[in-house]
Ligand binder design. Sequence first.
Ligand SMILES: *[C@@H]1O[C@H](CO)[C@@H](O)[C@H](O)[C@H]1NC(C)=O
Length: 181
Amino acid sequence: MAIPYKASSPLFLCLILSCGDSLVNCSEFEVGGHDGWVVPKPKDDDQMYNQWASQNRFKVNDTLLFKYERDSVMVVTEEEYEKCKASRPLFFSNNGDTVFKFDRPGLFYFISGVSGHCDRGQRMIIKVLDVEPAAPPPQSANEDAQKPPHKKNGVAEMIPMSIITTSTLFVLSTFVLQLYA
Ligand SMILES: *[C@@H]1O[C@H](CO)[C@@H](O)[C@H](O)[C@H]1NC(C)=O
């Protein structure tokens, strides 16, 4: 696969690598800044991950990339998120390079699995939008609504055009015939 010349940013490369066939339909978001998935620093807002999440739009099949060292990523229930504790998380990864794919719309609760980290703000709620199933109906409805007038216009335009063309040809051929007559 040819990589466009703009593919200089790591995020863009991630998009290419992870989204494969459905390149146009999904995005990969890297969580956190340069430090990745870490405990917010004292100077940072302890809601910094939620701040970040609220500034992005996530949809089904988008992925999150978590980069970290000596930490982990867990997806938990809302209750566990509030308590910052989960004995049996819905998802767990501690390989330092976690890719999580949203397989449904709705809310996802992420916390660090390291004791104390979630309490200090290493947690995040992501809302995955239900846009994919919702988008096609209005589009096709628009198309359906637009097609008949377009077709009518097309036919309506074609008739005068063909008349013009035919009559122009007729006039031309008459003119040519008269020349040779
Ligand atoms: C997500 O990906 C799966 C498998 O690649 C595909 O079947 C499905 O249609 C995708 N869903 C959306 C909403 O793009």
